[in-house]
Design a protein around this ligand. Structure first.
Ligand SMILES: NC(=O)c1ccc[n+]([C@@H]2O[C@H](COP(=O)([O-])OP(=O)(O)OC[C@H]3O[C@@H](n4cnc5c(N)ncnc54)[C@H](O)[C@@H]3O)[C@@H](O)[C@H]2O)c1
Length: 427
C-alpha cells in the first residue's frame, strides 16, 4: 500500500519507518527542509530514538521511505492512507493554538482524492476530528467527508525514545466518523500494526481514551505526590509504602517526583477539563503537581538554610531522562523558584549544549563550585554521579530518586528526597 506520513517528528518519523519496514511504500512530509534532507540522507534528525538509525538506513536505502516538503503533492499522488502527526502547539495554560493543525489539514485537503483515508494521530480535545479536521480536509477540493473520503482518529500512545517497541505491543485504537470509515481505518492499520487494532466505535471515544489515560496518570502521580509530602512530615519512607501498597493487585500507585513535564501529561488533563466543565479531580491534581518544583526547593531551603546568593545547579533541563525535549519541563519552575528565593540558578544537561541551555533561558554551569544542586531529570548518567561531580555542594535534592545517596553522604553531601527521609553526611 502507498502511505503518506505528515510531520516527521519524534513520533511521525519512527511511525513512517515502521510502516515502510512492514513492506509499504511511504512518503514522509515535513515543512522543515533540514528534516527532509536528514531523512533522505538516512540520518536521524533528533537523538534518542532506540533503533531509529539502523531502521532508517534500511528503509531509505531500499527506497521504501523517502521524504519531501510538499504534503499536497504527496497526497495528490493518491495514497490509500494519509497519517498526520503534527504537533498541537499549546500556550502556557495548555490552550491549543490551531494554526499548525489547520495548515496540515489544509495542505492534505488541497491534494485529497476520493477513496483516501486520512488518520489523525495528534492528541486532540474531544470532538476535534469531526468538527475541525473533517471540514478542513473537505474544503480543499470540495469533497464530502465519509462519502468521498474517510477520516479516523487513532491516538498516538507511544513514548518517544521507545516508539518501535510501543508500536509493536500497544493496542492501536481507531475511531471513525462512521462505521464504514472506522472499518476501513482498522483494516488499513492492520496492514502494518502487529498488535491488536481496536475499533473504538467513534472518533470521540478514541479521542477521549487518550485524554483519559493521560489524565489518569496525572491524577495518580498527584496522589503519590500528596502521599510523599505527608510522608515527609510524618518521617515515613513513601517508596517502601508504595511498593508495599502495590503488592496488592488492585493498587497501582505511581511514583512521586519533582515535576510532571512533557507534551502530554501536564497538557491533556487540561484538554479534558476544557470539555468537562464539571470535572474537579483533574484540576486538583494539576495544582498538586504544579506545586512540586517549589516543594523540592523548600526541601533544599529547609536543609541548607537561606538560598540567597547561593549558586544552585539544576541537573537536567529535559522533562525526563534520555529525551532531548523541554516541553513543560520542571526545570523552568525550579529555575524560577530558585530566583524568587534569591539564589543563582545554573543548569547542566548531557543532552543540551551551553548554547542550547541559554536558548531555553538557563545559565549554563561553568563547572565551578556550587552551594547546592537539584536533580530534575532522571538521565541515566546521574545514577553514576559522585559528590566530586558537583563540587562545593553541601546539599542535593534528588527529585527523581536516581542518585547514589550513600556515596553522596560519604562525601559530605546531604541528599534530600521527595517522600523519603534525607540521607545525611556520614563524614
Ligand atoms: N513526543 C511524544 O512522546 C508523543 C507521545 C504521544 C503522542 N504524541 C503526539 O505526537 C504529536 C507530535 O509530536 P512529536 O514529538 O512528533 O513532535 P515534534 O516536535 O518532534 O515534531 C513535529 C514535526 O512536525 C513538523 N511540522 C510542523 N508543522 C508542519 C506542517 N505544517 N507540515 C508538515 N510538518 C510540519 C515539524 O517540522 C517537526 O518535524 C504531539 O502533538 C502529540 O499529539 C507525542
Amino acid at each position: 500500500m502507498r502511505v503518506v506520513v505528515v510531520a516527521l517528528g519524534k513520533i511521525g518519523l519512527p511511525l513512517a519507518v515502521h510502516i515502510a519496514r512492514a513492506g509499504h511504500e511511504v512518503v514522509g512530509c515535513d515543512i522543515d527542509a533540514a528534516v527532509v534532507d536528514a531523512v533522505n540522507a538516512a540520518t536521524p534528525p533528533f537523538p534518542g530514538e532506540a533503533g531509529l538509525r539502523e531502521a532508517l538506513a534500511s528503509v531509505v536505502g531500499s527506497g521504501a521511505l523517502r521524504a519531501q516538503a510538499d504534503t499536497t503533492a504527496a497526497v495528490a499522488a493518491g495514497p490509500e492512507l494519509v497519517v498526520a502527526v503534527p504537533p498541537l502547539i499549546v500556550d502556557a495554560h495548555a490552550q491549543p493554538d490551531w494554526r499548525v493543525l489547520d495548515s496540515v489539514t489544509a495542505a492534505i485537503g488541497a491534494g485529497l482524492r476520493p477513496g483516501t483515508t486520512v488518520s489523525i494521530e495528534t492528541t486532540l480535545p474531544v470532538g476535534t476530528t469531526r468538527t475541525r479536521v473533517a471540514p478542513g480536509l473537505a474544503r480543499g477540493r470540495g469533497l464530502e467527508p465519509e462519502i468521498d473520503f474517510h477520516v479516523v482518529f487513532s491516538p498516538e500512545r507511544v513514548s518517544s525514545g521507545r516508539v518501535f517497541r510501543d508500536l509493536a505491543t500497544y493496542p492501536k485504537l481507531v475511531g471513525g466518523l462512521t462505521p464504514e470509515g472506522e472499518a476501513r481505518g482498522v483494516e488499513l492499520y492492520g496492514r502494518f500494526i502487529e498488535a491488536e487494532v481496536r475499533p473504538m466505535g467513534s472518533a470521540e471515544a478514541a479521542e477521549l481514551t487518550k485524554l483519559a489515560e493521560t489524565t489518569y496518570r496525572d491524577v495518580n502521580i498527584a496522589l503519590a505526590n500528596e502521599y510523599a509530602r505527608y510522608a515527609d512530615e510524618a518521617g515515613i519512607d513513601i517508596e517502601r509504602v508504595i511498593e508495599a501498597a502495590n503488592s496488592q493487585p488492585f493498587s497501582h500507585i505511581h511514583r512521586p517526583g519533582i515535576a510532571v513535564g512533557g507534551h502530554c501529561i501536564p497538557v491533556y488533563p487540561r484538554f479534558y477539563l476544557g470539555s468537562d466543565r464539571e470535572a474537579q479531580i483533574p484540576a486538583a491534581a494539576r495544582k498538586v503537581n504544579e506545586a512540586m518544583p517549589a516543594y523540592a526547593v523548600d526541601l533544599l531551603e529547609r536543609a541548607a538554610g537561606s538560598l540567597r546568593d547561593a549558586r544552585v545547579l539544576i541537573l537536567g533541563v529535559a522533562y525526563r531522562g534520555g529525551v532531548k525535549e523541554t516541553a513543560f519541563s520542571g526545570a523552568f519552575a525550579v529555575r524560577d523558584e530558585l530566583r524568587r528565593r534569591g539564589a543563582i540558578p545554573l543548569a547542566a544537561d548531557p543532552l543540551f549544549s551551553p548554547a542550547e541551555l541559554r536558548a531555553h533561558g538557563f545559565e549554563p554551569w561553568d563547572g565551578e563550585a556550587v552551594g547546592a544542586a537539584v536533580v530534575q531529570a532522571d538521565h541515566e548518567e546521574y545514577r553514576r554521579l559522585r559528590p566530586e561531580d558537583v563540587p562545593g555542594a553541601r546539599a542535593v535534592v534528588d527529585g527523581r530518586g536516581v542518585l547514589d545517596a550513600a556515596a553522596f553522604a560519604a562525601g559530605g553531601v546531604a541528599v534530600l528526597r521527595i517522600g523519603r527521609p534525607p540521607v545525611l553526611p556520614t563524614t
